[in-house]
Design a protein. Sequence first.
Length: 115
Amino acid sequence: MSREEIIKYCLKMPNTYEDYPFPDDRTSATIKHIDSNKWFALIMNVNSKLYLNVKTNPEYSDILRKTYNYIIPAYHMNKEHWNTIIVDENVDEEIVKELIKISYNLTSKLKKEKK
């Protein structure tokens, strides 16, 4: 998957938008919920590699990291709840899509619980 394909897929989720929250960085994008501004995906280039950070349940994170060599503890985020997917030719596109949906739902749930 390309950066553009990931962003396009993320924006298919209801009530979402693309944001560039880091000054002077137009390559790192967050995809957020419109109503809460919480992000569920962070797309960035790190050492010439495409990284995608997504949220999962901690128990599932451990399984993912042991199963897929391209899923690692999150780069610059909470490593218990967030994972980095190193997006390259080895990545399973269906896994990426599944993890984006999970992250979207987990961050939506947090928003609902606080109301």
